[in-house]
Ligand binder design. Structure first.
Ligand code: ITT
Length: 193
C-alpha cells in the first residue's frame, strides 16, 4: 500500500515515517511533484485535515492522508487550536510560543492538550482518526528537540517537556502517535494481504 502524506511539515513526516515504516509506504508531496500551498480555511481540525486530502484527491486522484493538529490551552479558551501554526499572525514559532506564554501570564491553570486529527482518503471513502494527549504548559521553554510548541508542553505523568524527550520517547506517547496507531490498526484490519 502506498499513501501520499499531504504535509509540508518535515517534522510531521519524520515522526509518522518512524511510526509506520514497516506497514506502508509514505510518499511526500515532493515525491508527487506537488509544490502547492494547500489551503487551510476550516474552523475544526477535521475540516482542515480533510481539506488537505480533498486537495490531493481532486488534483491528482491519489489515495492519501493528512494531519491537522494543534495545542489547546484551557485558560485561553482552547487557543491556539486550529490556529496553532500561525497564532501570532506568522509561522514564526518563537513568536507563537511567546504569545501563548504572554497570554497565559501567571495564570495557575496551565492545563492544555495536543490534538491531532488524521484524514484518510482510501478506496473512495473518507475516514478520520484522532489522538489527544493531556498535559500542562510550563512557564519557560525547556529543551531543543521536536518542533512547534514542544518546548512548553509537559505531558501528564512526566516531568520533561516534549522538547526534552528523545524522538522515540515523544513518539511512544504523543497525540500524533495515538492517531497514527488508529490509522495503522484500520489499515491492518481492512487492507492486510
Ligand atoms: P501541514 O499543514 O503542511 O501538515 P503545518 O505545520 O501547517 O503542516 P498544522 O496546520 O497542523 O501543520 O499546524 C499545526 C501546528 O501546531 C504546527 O505548525 C505546530 O506549530 C503545532 N504542532 C502540531 N503538532 C505538534 C507537535 O507534535 N508538537 C508541537 N507542536 C505541534
Amino acid at each position: 500500500l502506498e499513501l501520499v502524506f499531504a504535509t509540508n511539515n518535515a517534522h510531521k513526516m519524520e515522526e509518522v515515517q518512524a511510526m509506520v515504516a514497516d506497514l506502508f509506504v509514505i510518499k511526500s508531496l515532493e515525491d508527487i511533484g506537488c509544490q502547492d500551498d494547500i489551503p487551510e480555511t476550516g474552523v475544526t481540525f477535521e475540516e482542515n485535515a480533510q481539506q488537505k486530502t480533498d486537495y490531493l484527491v481532486n488534483k491528482y486522484g491519489l489515495y492519501c492522508f493528512g494531519d491537522d493538529s494543534g495545542l489547546e490551552v484551557d485558560a485561553l479558551n482552547l487557543e491556539p487550536g486550529v490556529y496553532s501554526a500561525r497564532y501570532s499572525g506568522t509561522r514564526d514559532m518563537e513568536k507563537n510560543i511567546d504569545l501563548v506564554l504572554e497570554r497565559l501570564g501567571k495564570n495557575e491553570n496551565r492545563k492544555a492538550r495536543f490534538r491531532t486529527v488524521i484524514s484518510l482518503y482510501l478506496n473512495e471513502q473518507q475516514h478520520f482518526f484522532e489522538g489527544v494527549i493531556e498535559g500542562n504548559i510550563v512557564a519557560e521553554r525547556r529543551g531543543a528537540a521536536g518542533f512547534g510548541y514542544d518546548p512548553i508542553f509537559i505531558p501528564d505523568g512526566y516531568d520533561k517537556t516534549f522538547a526534552e524527550m528523545s524522538a522515540e520517547q515523544k513518539n511512544a506517547i504523543s497525540h500524533r502517535s495515538i492517531a497514527v496507531a488508529k490509522l495503522a490498526d484500520f489499515l491492518k484490519e481492512k487492507y492486510a494481504k
